[in-house]
Write a protein that binds this ligand. Sequence first.
Ligand SMILES: [Fe+2]
Length: 134
Amino acid sequence: MAIEWNEQLATGNSNIDNQHKELFRRFDSLLAACNQRKGKEEVHNLLVFLGDYVKTHFSMEEALQKRNKFPDYPAHKEQHDGFMRDLRKLEEQLELEGASFPLVIQTNQIMINWLIQHINAMDKELAAFLRRLS
Ligand SMILES: [Fe+2]
């Protein structure tokens, strides 16, 4: 199952949307590698590649929120932090269990669902707030 960004996920903020597209591309590569039972090292590298981008993207969103005094910043930041913790757990899981791909795929899918929900609720709210300012 491929995972793709689609128009329904558009927040209307092109910076945020472009980064979300890249996030989905990296998630998709990771999921594909898990599905194809690629080696632990390759999956690990893709996980690091994804993690780097998640960090960059979250930092961008958080800076934007702070700069514009977004009132929901604490709740939004908490969700981002939770996601980073899940990502680290996935990394640990991979280190420990290596070949347990069903679990890795399952975790991956849970995270993708989380991301979709986060975009639909939190990021769309942020984009609407920024639109009202401009
Ligand atoms: Fe966000």
